[in-house]
Design a protein around this ligand. Structure first.
Ligand SMILES: [Zn+2]
Length: 282
């Protein structure tokens, strides 16, 4: 049995995997890559329809929605960390980093994807998972790293080959906000808005156009989040492809490639290093 290429997405809330990384997960699962998802919270303080019913009601609903969406996207394994929604920046970073490092050592990804430093629109949970993921990849690779008490850290280190951030070009941000309305997040008494990255800074553009229907089906699993967004169902195929079909990313670091040429594959350099093709390596 050949060892398959492995992709890990580290995100904050149920629906981030579909709305933020759906095209990426659907494309690579379809190509035979083993895909793993870590979601830090259950989004339990968010809306359910037009209400905020509290964690006890919301958590199981959002968990079910996440599990259905992940299954549609072909995710091999979903791990829920169970941190408090909206408060990731107040969790103990040493503990969170070690728990993520333990997951990295268990899942052994070649490529890791998380939010950018900007948290897409300054969302404090997105920013926190981005910071934790960067630190966790260093810890996972370091044989001398010691986890705090209570974290079960596998002893065998693992070094991922590449780290990516989810980023949006000005055109992609505009398309997203046309469909979903303005993205806003309040923190420290100020309003944060969507951050778009200049086209020149985007290192990687994927062709997931063949998978837009899969992503859209996964997005619709998050029914509790779609109140007031009924218009999404009326969008043309072209608009759906624009939303889900062309994921854009920033390659934060890579041990296997580099340069200014825009990549069309997260595993560029990894496949060559492994002498592999079509999602498998010998
Ligand atoms: Zn989110």
């Amino acid at each position: 049995m050949p060892d398959r290429l492995r992709l890990l997405c580290v995100l904050a809330h149920p629906d981030d995997e579909a709305l933020g990384a759906g095209g990426i997960l659907a494309k690579y699962a379809a190509e035979g890559v083993e895909t793993h998802l870590i979601t830090a919270t259950l989004g339990e303080r968010g809306r359910i329809g037009n209400e905020r019913p509290g964690a006890e009601v919301a958590a199981p609903i959002r968990r079910r929605e996440l599990e259905r969406a992940a299954a549609i996207l072909g995710v091999s394994h979903v791990e829920l960390l169970g941190y408090r929604d909206g408060e990731l920046d107040r969790a103990d970073p040493a503990e969170a980093t070690a728990r993520l490092a333990a997951q990295v050592r268990r899942r052994r990804p070649d490529v890791v994807v998380t939010f950018g430093a900007d948290g897409a629109y300054g969302h404090v949970d997105h920013v926190a998972v981005s910071q934790w993921t960067g630190a966790a990849l260093i810890a996972a690779a370091d044989p001398s790293f010691r986890a705090p008490a209570g974290v079960d850290l596998p002893s065998s280190p693992h070094r991922a080959s590449k780290l990516y951030w989810l980023v949006w070009s000005p055109a992609a941000s505009a398309a997203y906000e046309r469909a979903f309305g303005e993205l806003r997040h309040r923190a420290d008494g100020a309003e944060r808005r969507a951050v778009s990255w200049p086209d020149w800074s985007i290192t990687t553009v994927l062709d997931a156009t063949a998978h837009w229907r899969t992503v859209w089906t996964a997005v619709q699993c998050h029914e509790s989040q779609l109140a007031g967004r009924e218009g999404l169902g009326e969008l043309s195929e072209e608009r759906h492809v624009e939303l889900w079909g062309r994921p854009t990313l920033y390659r934060v670091w890579s041990l296997v490639n580099g340069g200014r040429e825009v990549e069309s594959d997260l595993f560029a350099g990894v496949r060559d290093a492994a002498g592999a093709s079509a999602g498998a390596r010998p």
